[in-house]
Design a protein around this ligand. Structure first.
Ligand SMILES: [Zn+2]
Length: 306
């Protein structure tokens, strides 16, 4: 039994993971713009509360950003939790709870979770995509999670450029996959559309993917155009990742997967259209078994043997 913490953009999930199940969990407001340290007092209270009720063997933390998992360091992070860079997170856990600790990037943790406890079980070549506030990616090749010299191998697929005349990304580049289609950029994409004024989208209180997919299903022609554009952007990005990493399965997780029935079949068809150079056959596209909690299970896997 372990405690797994997932630092999201709006919420921090703290959960007790016990094998295949999450036996206890709490979600707290993140206030991520205030940083990580500002959240520590609340985290200490919630973690101690869970420690009193359960026999916990270790603590894992999944975070956005570039993570040196060997040395327990966040090397770089964009806009949220910026004070994690250089912070000795392992010392916080050791001083406060005296338990074994693991730190991993959230998209990598999610793919590890699905590889060990989800739809990727028994496979050796997988790509994981977290579609949410931003887009995180990870790749397992020949049974090994790719890391690279600076811990970014396979991890920053959300920042591959898909349109050099596209929107400005928060990484400083132009036209990245997540600038062209993710929750943070969607309001700009919608408002830039010439049909926005006459679309039902104009009357919506929140310009998120749930609203977009709902209005598209109700035949709002502009919502349909923007939805199809976003599906195409994800398909292009994932197709590029497939040529780079040669997976047998692509696993999607994250908040946007609430609309998975509109997303999975489109992407699977689209990425398999370019199959002339792929004699190994069709690439499966699957929703994660634990679409909102895969990273928590990945942390449990990393804590094994610690
Ligand atoms: Zn970018």
């Amino acid at each position: 039994m372990i405690i797994a913490i997932d630092l999201g953009g709006t919420k921090i999930k703290i959960a007790v993971v016990d094998g295949e199940t999450i036996s206890d969990s709490i979600s707290i407001d993140a206030n991520s713009h205030l940083g990580f340290v500002a959240n520590i007092p609340r985290l200490n209270i919630e973690i101690k509360n869970l420690l009193n009720k359960n026999r916990i063997m270790g603590i894992g933390l999944a975070t956005p950003g570039v993570v040196d998992s060997k040395n327990f360091k966040v090397l770089g992070i964009n806009e949220k939790y910026t004070d994690l860079v250089g912070l000795d997170v392992k010392k916080w856990v050791a001083d406060s709870f005296n338990l074994p600790f693991v730190l991993e990037n959230d998209a990598r943790a999610a793919l590890l979770g699905e590889w060990q406890y989800g739809v990727g079980a028994n496979l050796e070549n997988l790509i994981g995509i977290t579609l949410g506030t931003g887009i995180g990616t990870a790749a397992i090749v020949d049974g090994r999670m790719l890391k690279g010299k600076g811990y970014i191998a396979g991890n920053l697929g959300g920042h591959m450029v898909l349109d050099r005349n596209g929107l400005k990304c928060n990484c400083g580049n132009i036209g990245c996959m997540e600038a062209q289609s993710s929750t943070w950029s969607l309001p700009t994409i919608i408002k830039n559309h010439p049909g926005y004024i006459t679309s039902k989208l104009k009357d919506s209180s929140s310009l998120d993917f749930k609203t977009l997919f709902t209005l598209a299903r109700e035949n709002d022609s502009y919502a349909k155009e923007i939805r199809d554009y976003c599906l195409e952007i994800w398909s292009l990005g994932i197709s590029n990742l497939c040529f780079a990493f040669d997976p047998e399965m692509v696993i999607l997780n994250g908040g946007i997967m609430a609309s998975h029935q509109d997303i999975i079949p489109y992407i699977e068809t689209r990425i398999n259209q370019s199959n002339k150079l792929r004699p190994s056959g069709k690439i499966k596209v699957q929703m994660a078994k634990n679409k909102d909690t895969a990273a928590l299970f990945g942390l449990q896997y990393l804590l094994k043997g610690k």
